[in-house]
Design a protein around this ligand. Structure first.
Ligand SMILES: Cc1ncc(COP(=O)(O)O)c(C=O)c1O
Length: 393
């Protein structure tokens, strides 16, 4: 049986209920939600609203209309960054960010937004005090990931949200790697905009994502158009979620996302978290015993989401991922993982790392099989290195 360790890119497999929800949309509710009054349009709208309610429950948000659907986390992050920042504003971010944050920010920099990126430690951790020191009187926004998609480290979003609140700065969190995998309670933590992927930890289909916008946050939409509401007016509605949901939604995908979230709520996010943390702990302890495996990030699984990064001495990360796939049927990702800056801190730029990202459906037995495979790959690479040395001499 093949092993899928690429859940940070997109989760696999999806629960059967997710496939069923897609079938339900195509078979019974194939209309366009909110556009017509007929039964299939109403049934489609019900699927979308059910998914919205489940996400509100997951993030402990009282008003489901604060949840806006987008095509993915990148889309949500672009809406938030473009809508919140204006020339002359200062924004603080970190060296752990994915390009879905960094590229829009670098673009905004060319339009006159000032940008400060706070460096992480060589282990990929972030010091909240360092972020505090980067804030200025004109800082409009703090944007951080909740967990690094490269090294898996969790960011202190509680401390950062208190800091942002004290300084009256809007706080945007990229929860792409944590939504559905780590408990997030928006009643407890003062995050102003939380962007999430629907197709990773939330177990929905690709082409789904969204954001949760706290009441009082002033955010301009990126796109304007038909919403099926307030149609007599040529001005974009300003109420949620319609203000940000112009055009026909990915209804099949959202129905699947709703089923994914329902599945997770039944298991309980604490249980998902414990399971993934156990897989990380087993991997870290096993891998640290294998000569030739270089682990990145802290050894404590409690500081990680379900993501770990490593290299094999004497082999390129791309080579290791290829061997794992072709010889051991283990699917992993190699390279920079769309987050180049963190690799400079880890010392892995420009070739990157091999990443294993665990999900709910992975098992301890799969981790053990992967450790055995790595033992073989590391010994092969070690021998190769020796041979290369002899040859050079
Ligand atoms: C930390 C982080 N942010 C953003 C994204 C982008 O997510 P999406 O593919 O849903 O746009 C990813 C995807 O890997 C990610 O890991």
């Amino acid at each position: 049986m093949a092993i899928y360790f690429d859940n940070a890119a997109t989760s696999w497999p999806k629960p059967p209920a997710v496939r069923d929800a897609l079938a339900e949309y195509f078979d019974e509710a194939g209309g366009n939600p909110g556009r017509s009054g007929h039964r299939m349009s109403v049934a489609a709208a019900r699927l979308v609203e059910n998914a919205r309610e489940k996400l509100a429950e997951l993030f402990n948000v009282a008003d489901p209309s604060r949840i806006v659907f987008t095509h993915n986390a990148t889309h949500a992050l672009n809406v938030a960054l473009m809508g919140l920042l204006h020339p002359g504003d200062h924004v603080v971010t970190t060296s752990l960010e994915h390009n879905s944050v960094m590229r829009p920010l670098r673009h905004l920099e060319t339009l006159g937004v000032e940008l400060t990126s706070v460096a992480c430690t060589p282990e990929g951790l972030l010091d909240a005090d360092g972020v505090g020191r980067a804030l200025r009187p004109n800082t409009r926004l703090l944007v951080t990931t909740h967990a690094s998609n490269v090294v898996g480290t969790l960011m202190p979003i509680g401390a950062l949200s208190r800091l942002a609140r004290e300084r009256k700065i809007t706080y945007l969190v990229d929860a792409s790697q944590t939504a559905g995998a780590i408990p997030i309670d928006l009643h407890e933590v003062n995050v102003d905009v939380l962007a999430f992927s629907g197709h990773k930890g939330l177990l929905g289909p690709t082409g789904t994502g969204g954001m949760c916008i706290r009441e009082g946050v002033v955010l301009a939409p990126l796109m304007r158009g038909g919403t099926g509401s307030d149609s007599a007016h040529e001005i974009q509605p300003d109420f949620l979620p319609d203000a940000f949901e112009s055009g026909t939604q990915n209804v099949a995908g959202i129905a699947g996302l709703g089923a994914g979230v329902r599945f997770l709520l039944e298991i309980g996010i604490d249980t998902v978290r414990m399971h993934e943390q156990q897989l990380v702990a087993e991997f870290l302890s096993g891998a640290s015993e294998i000569p030739g495996i270089i682990l990145y990030g802290p050894r404590d699984a409690a500081l990680h989401c379900g993501v770990v990064s490593f290299n094999v001495a004497g082999a390129m990360p791309s080579e290791v991922a290829l061997i794992l796939d072709e010889s051991f049927a283990i699917m992993a990702r190699s390279g920079l993982h769309c987050a180049p800056a963190v690799h400079r801190a880890l010392g892995t730029f420009p070739t990157g790392t091999v990443r294993f990202s665990f999900g709910w459906f992975n098992t301890p037995a799969e981790v053990q099989r992967a450790l055995e495979a790595l033992r073989e790959v590391a010994s092969w690479a070690g021998e190769g290195k020796e041979a290369a040395k002899t040859w050079t001499a």
